[in-house]
Design a protein around this ligand. Structure first.
Ligand SMILES: *Cc1c(COP(=O)(O)O)cnc(C)c1O
Length: 426
């Protein structure tokens, strides 16, 4: 059994497996019913205290929650029974801001508490959104250095500027290779005993408990908002999924007592999870590129957590979670139609989420919520082309675009990466 600080600082268990919380706290029905009278901060504080309260001082935890949730996650009605949970009002306009900031603050707390002297190095591989959220979440935090590894020429300019222009404790490493090469470099680094003896390394991908669990906060907040509107009785939640961290946090929320009747995992053409639901056989494979590129994952890292949560019972998983998959053509059709007929602008990931709720054909009295995981301006070129109307770029994003790009070129061979990291020692 590992302590929370160990879990947060190390990310991966000694056997390289993923950590799971030992127990899942359950909120009683009265608490759930009272959520509708509470603010987002109060709701999130309840959830955080239930999960982490035994392992850290309650006031320090509350301060971390406050600092993480500097923005709202409103539920917006799109049509009769379908709502969008907008998770894109944070600093980098995507839901990952929540987990990234929370993890950064919690890591800072434990570094202080343990009196760790040497710097902690956070390694993160990104195909776009993770790097920007992690870089911004960790920006300026003392004693932590962040290395964002990203594939050269394969990240959109808007995404790239969000982690290459920051400076301070954030370094962007531009890898001459693919996203899989970046991920392989990070994984090999964690497996390298020599390197880990000499440097304190940790991961900020969604394998880290402190990054994925805080995502449960906004499921509770969505429920509270819908309960206020009298719409929370028969709830289906649809999550556009890639590494399945976000949906796993929702499954945890449900285990904590949140009355969500059903989950949907919406996928693009990378549909190994859907295939698992249909056949019971899990066959990871290389990812294919799509318009919803944050979901281009061929071997979702949190799949193991879902299996564990359900005791490897395929029938139980398939009962609670449905899967849908969409091609780029279908994503475009949905985005265009919802823009023109519902006057709601989706991003390519949210488009999968919305469409899956339509295809699920909710019964009268049922309510569907999809997680709108990113602001459409993050995918401006795609969205403009599909709708024919230029999407306005929020000022937060414009500010990044004015910064100067700084990145360090790196080959995809591990020895070069290791030499680079070891040079930090002196
Ligand atoms: C990361 C991301 C996803 C996928 O989330 P997972 O937790 O990896 O399943 C979906 N949409 C957007 C915009 C993302 O950035």
């Amino acid at each position: 059994m590992a302590s929370l600080e160990e879990v947060v600082i190390k990310s991966l268990a000694g056997d390289k497996g993923l950590y799971m919380p030992e127990r899942i706290p359950v909120l009683d029905r009265r608490t759930i019913r009272s959520l509708k009278d509470q603010s987002f901060h109060e709701i999130a504080d309840h959830v955080a205290q239930a999960f982490f309260g035994e392992d850290m001082e309650p006031d320090a935890l509350s301060a971390i929650v406050q600092d993480t949730l500097s923005f709202d996650t409103p539920v917006v009605q799109v049509d009769d029974s379908i709502y969008s949970l907008e998770l894109f009002h944070g600093p980098t306009l995507a839901f990952k801001d929540v987990g990234a900031r929370f993890m950064a603050r919690m890591l800072e707390y434990f570094i202080r508490k343990k009196g760790i002297r040497r710097e902690v190095n956070v390694l993160v591989a990104t195909s776009g959104d993770t790097g920007s959220a992690v870089a911004n979440g960790f920006l300026g935090i003392p004693a932590i250095r962040v290395f964002v590894l990203y594939p050269k020429g394969k990240v959109s300019p808007i995404q790239e500027c969000q982690f290459t222009t920051l400076g301070q404790n954030i370094s962007a490493l531009e890898v001459d290779g693919t996203f899989d090469d970046c991920q392989a470099l990070v994984k090999t680094a964690f497996a390298d005993e020599d390197l880990n003896r000499r440097l304190q390394l940790t991961s900020a991908n969604s394998i880290n408990v402190a990054r994925f669990l805080p995502q449960a906060f906004y499921y509770f907040h969505a429920y509270a908002q819908l309960d206020r509107a009298g719409k929370a009785d028969r709830l289906t939640v649809c999550v556009p999924s890639g590494n399945f961290g976000n949906i796993t946090a929702g499954l945890f929320a449900r285990r904590m007592g949140l009355p969500i009747r059903h989950f949907i995992a919406a996928n693009n053409r990378n549909d190994v999870f859907l295939e698992y639901l249909q056949t019971g056989v899990y066959t990871p494979r290389p990812s294919v590129a799509t318009l919803a590129n944050a979901m281009d994952v061929g071997n979702p890292s949190n799949f193991a957590r879902i299996l564990d949560l359900y005791g490897h019972n395929h029938a139980a998983i398939a009962k609670d979670i449905s899967g849908y998959r969409y091609t780029d053509g279908q994503i475009g059709d949905t985005l265009r139609e919802v823009c023109h007929t519902r006057h709601y602008l989706l991003d390519p990931h949210g488009a999968c989420g919305y469409q899956a709720l339509v295809d699920r054909a909710l019964q009268p009295g049922e309510t569907g919520v999809f997680l709108e995981t990113a602001h459409p301006a993050k995918f401006k070129e795609t969205v403009d082309r599909i709708t024919g109307v230029p999407v306005e770029i929020p000022s937060k994003l414009q500010a990044f675009m004015q910064g100067e790009k700084q990145s360090i070129p790196l080959g995809k061979d591990f020895e070069g990466f290791k030499r680079f990291l070891l040079a930090l020692e002196d």
